[in-house]
Unconditional design. Structure first.
Length: 164
């Protein structure tokens, strides 16, 4: 009788990340920055953006919006920690060209708008516009696999499978 009432909530183990930004998928090893290409921050993939909108790749919670708004951290429902880093060496722009639409602690759904950015400003003033999507706690996950695609659409195309 009370079975459903006291039933333990099922734990989420496998998740799929959709592209947080539209553009061309780039292997992490091909990102022109050793911190990302050598997977010092974790495993994942990158996108060379075709527009300036970043959406949530997964349901979860915002754990960090960098003060310069160039990166955002998300805790996925399976415990995966996802960081989206817009462009390379963009911290030096001190927020120029970036607008955050979420804050720390916000609950988000896949496809929600997170950050908008001026692609032209980033292209002119940063090292590169390529945007890494990293699972920063890779060691806590059992498998991270990247989908084999060329062009991706934000909020639609699956790009990474993360298994706990």
């Amino acid at each position: 009788m009370f079975g459903k009432l006291f039933k333990k909530k099922e734990e989420v183990t496998d998740i799929s990340l959709v592209a947080p930004v539209s553009g061309v998928l780039v292997a992490l090893e091909d990102v022109p920055d050793p911190v990302f290409s050598q997977k010092m921050m974790g495993d994942g993939v990158a996108v060379k953006p075709s527009n300036g909108e970043v959406v949530a790749p997964i349901d979860g919670k915002i754990v960090q919006v960098f003060p310069t708004k160039h990166a955002v951290g998300i805790m996925a429902d399976n415990g995966a920690e996802i960081m989206i880093h817009i462009g390379l060496e963009t911290v030096s722009l001190e927020g120029e060209g970036f607008t955050a639409h979420v804050g720390e602690g916000d609950r988000i759904k896949q496809g929600d708008k997170l950050i908008t950015f001026d692609l032209q400003v980033i292209g002119e003033k940063a090292k590169d516009t390529v945007t890494p999507i990293i699972v920063t706690n890779t060691d806590d996950m059992s498998e991270i696999s990247v989908e084999d695609k060329k062009e991706v659409t934000a909020g639609q195309d699956e790009i990474v499978i993360v298994k706990k």
